[in-house]
Design a protein around this ligand. Structure first.
Ligand code: ASP
Ligand code: MG
Length: 335
């Protein structure tokens, strides 16, 4: 029987400098010496992806997708080569692979490509030779044979997709926090670590802004039944298991809170309380592609009411310009 297969993802902070890179290599070595086969998906070092995006913005205002996708995975490519060198030094045979070499086939949507297939024969061959396969995260090759980037946080998706495709026994997301918390510990100091969370709840948290895992990766894990462990590279804490949680319906309790600080709340005060007003307010916003999330209308009094909604704060200035016209047209008191 083949040795158990573990897919591990290391985030940018985990490989942030040379010393951390060696710490990660040691961690992998221990896993190998315990008798596991290991596939690694590695992120770019530290803030390198941000730096590359910043450079691109300085050089170009147009950001051609094909060239962006040549640029961004350079960070992961550098990290995977360095990690294999560190593994070599401590006697762990390994080989690095770009997304293309790893057989990660995507659609042609540059900067946010989706995986359509994984032809894992080279990864499989490396494992059969007793090597650790180190795959550059968040990248693939499109059906048009172009290099593609899977989007911010895409290394999570690389790891979960590889785990699904290879039928891994375990998928570990190794990061700089100890697991998934009931709230953002930087905001809520007494937030608690969740030992287990269901896919659906994790998806909900990720969509609401919890940064710990890319939404798409959670979805992919759910669809393929990949049990995902989220844990810290820097401690021995077992972390959080994301898996099917049959108790959700019965327990039916709030499990966690996600925080999004980039939300604006707008209130139209003294809006006439008659049918058609909602359309008059929200149609122009929709036409201007301003995202409206929550809408609250107060109980009416004396023929008028207050109406509030939330939008991403980046849209606020644009919304503001439209709202003054809307206010005048409706005869509302103020915005
Ligand atoms: N390095 C890329 C990013 O920062 C991909 C990843 O880390 O998942 O988005
Ligand atoms: Mg991430």
């Amino acid at each position: 029987m083949a040795a158990p297969l573990v897919v591990m993802k290391f985030g940018g902070t985990s490989v942030g400098d040379a010393e951390r890179m060696r710490t990660v290599a040691d961690y992998i070595a221990r896993t190998v010496r315990r008798g596991n086969r290991v596939v690694v998906a590695v992120s770019a070092m530290g803030k390198e992806t941000d730096d590359l995006l910043h450079l691109a913005a300085q050089v170009s205002g147009t950001h051609p997708g094909r060239e962006m996708d040549m640029l961004i995975p350079a960070g992961e490519r550098k990290a995977m080569a360095l990690l294999c060198m560190a593994l070599h030094d401590i006697g762990v045979p390994s080989a690095s692979f770009t997304g293309s070499q790893a057989g990660i086939i995507t659609d042609t949507e540059h900067t946010k490509a989706k995986i359509v297939d994984i032809r894992a024969d080279r990864i499989q061959a490396a494992l059969d030779e007793g090597r650790v396969a180190v795959v550059g995260g968040a990248q693939g090759v499109s059906t048009d044979r172009e290099v593609t980037f899977l989007g911010r946080g895409g290394t999570d998706t690389t790891a979960v997709a590889l785990a699904a495709r290879l039928g891994a026994d375990r998928c570990e997301i190794l990061t700089d926090v100890e697991g998934v918390f009931t709230a953002d510990p930087r905001v809520v100091p007494d937030a608690r670590l969740l030992p287990v969370i269901g896919y659906e709840e994790m998806l909900e948290l990720a969509q609401q802004g919890a940064q710990v895992m890319q939404t798409r990766a959670v979805e992919l894990g759910w669809v393929n039944g990949v049990v995902i462990a989220v844990r810290s590279t820097f401690s021995n804490h077992p972390g959080t298991l994301i898996r099917e949680d049959p108790l959700v319906e019965q327990r039916n309790k709030v499990r966690g809170l996600a925080t999004d600080r980039h939300v604006a709340k707008v209130t139209l005060v003294g809006v006439p309380d008659r049918p058609g007003v909602a359309h008059a307010v929200f149609a122009p916003l929709a036409d201007a592609s301003i995202n409206v999330d929550m809408i609250v209308q107060n109980v009416g009094h004396a023929g008028t009411t207050d109406r509030s909604f939330t939008s991403p704060s980046v849209d606020l200035a644009r919304a503001d310009r439209l709202l003054e016209a809307i206010r005048r047209e409706l005869g509302a008191a103020e915005v």
